[in-house]
Design a protein. Structure first.
Length: 366
């Protein structure tokens, strides 16, 4: 059953122009001239906030339960093993978890999708084969999220290492310990054991009006995804799960690697580019980016979208083919390579580097 809801987006959040917003305008009839990169994060937040609370906002046929946000932090699994007994971890966060009254859970992810036209040339939302293609595409992602939330790492030492890596400016040991303790509380809240439902919520922006604010009209539909954990556990973990080789020291000596001139990662958006590297560990660092630079980062989020219109290529230590970095890079047609471990330490500002995303190879030229 289709549902309608109007939302108000404050224009103060819409402070940049970008090709991604032109894409939204053309495909979703967002016709005002102020659409900008900020709308990406705004739409994402609107979707998540609207569905919080009673899970029957998502679909009236769901059992009673509460939809919660897994917090805006990255979580890690304990060491897991694939079908070939190789160790790995899953890193990331999903959009939502449903805690049902019988102590089972639902894993939910929101997907903003464009319209399809039917034979009468009218915008038709869900009655096409492409919807099933999308469900099949995101099926592994939901299974990976359940593996994440049902195997959460609680080791303080490991979590401190990951916190420092993600927030390299964090120096105060007391504040780092407090942050880790807070994350452990969050882990306890979102930890799950048994799954009842996996589901995707496809959200379709219909139109917008620009007055004192931007008013966007949405439709959405819930699609249940089959739970096949036994089948999923036996596959080799795809690269987009954010794998970490547990046999490889996570505190690998930089001295051991500093002579490396060629790096290999996972291609997320094809193409080649040569340019000066810029190490971007926080959004504040982006002030040093110039057009044509190659951005080397740990990860990105929706607020970084304007940077994609400046750089000629992206190298990231984390992420995968369905991550924010990968999805936006493909829309901008920017060569992008992910899962290049320690790249922000092994590459320096202004190094001349070649990114060959067709082969997943980065070369330091000089």
């Amino acid at each position: 059953m289709m549902k309608n809801k109007e939302y108000i987006i404050n224009p103060s959040a819409l402070s940049y122009f970008c090709p991604h917003c032109e894409y939204l305008k053309q495909n979703y009839s967002l016709v005002n001239k102020s659409i900008s990169a900020g709308i990406t994060g705004e739409l994402d937040g609107i979707e998540k906030n609207f569905f919080l609370g009673d899970c029957r906002k998502i679909d009236k046929n769901l059992p009673k339960g509460e939809t919660i946000d897994p917090f805006n932090i990255y979580f890690y699994t304990k060491i897991l093993y694939d079908g070939k007994k190789r160790p790995f971890r899953i890193m990331g966060k999903g959009d939502a978890i449903i805690k049902f009254e019988d102590e089972t859970c639902g894993i939910i992810d929101y997907k903003t999708s464009k319209f399809e036209k039917n034979e009468n040339n009218k915008k038709d939302y869900f009655t096409n084969e492409k919807l099933q293609v999308k469900i099949d595409m995101y099926n592994p992602q939901l299974h990976a999220y359940f593996m994440l939330y049902s195997n959460l790492e609680t080791d303080k030492s490991f979590l401190k290492q990951m916190h420092i890596k993600r927030y390299p400016r964090a120096k105060d040991p007391t504040k780092i310990s407090e942050a880790v303790d807070k994350n452990l509380e969050r882990i306890k809240k979102i930890s799950v054991n048994k799954a009842k439902i996996f589901g995707l919520v496809f959200v379709y922006p219909k139109s917008s009006e620009l007055n004192e604010s931007i008013k966007v009209n949405f439709d959405y539909k819930f699609c249940e995804v089959p739970i096949e954990m036994n089948k999923f556990k036996n596959i080799t973990p795809p690269k987009y799960l954010g794998t970490i080789n547990a046999n490889q020291s996570e505190s690998m000596s930089i001295k051991t690697l500093e002579k490396i001139k060629i790096f290999k990662g996972v291609s997320a958006s094809l193409g080649k580019s040569i340019g000066p590297a810029k190490i971007i560990k926080s959004f504040e660092d982006s002030a040093k980016l110039k057009e044509g630079d190659i951005m080397v980062c740990i990860s990105t989020n929706p607020s970084w979208t304007p940077l994609f219109g400046i750089v000629s290529a992206i190298i990231s230590e984390t992420g995968g083919t369905l991550s924010h970095t990968a999805v936006v890079a493909r829309e901008y047609n920017i060569p992008t390579i992910l899962e290049v471990e320690n790249s922000t330490e092994l590459i320096s500002d202004n190094d001349l580097i070649e990114v060959d995303a067709d082969k997943g190879i980065i070369t330091i030229i000089s």
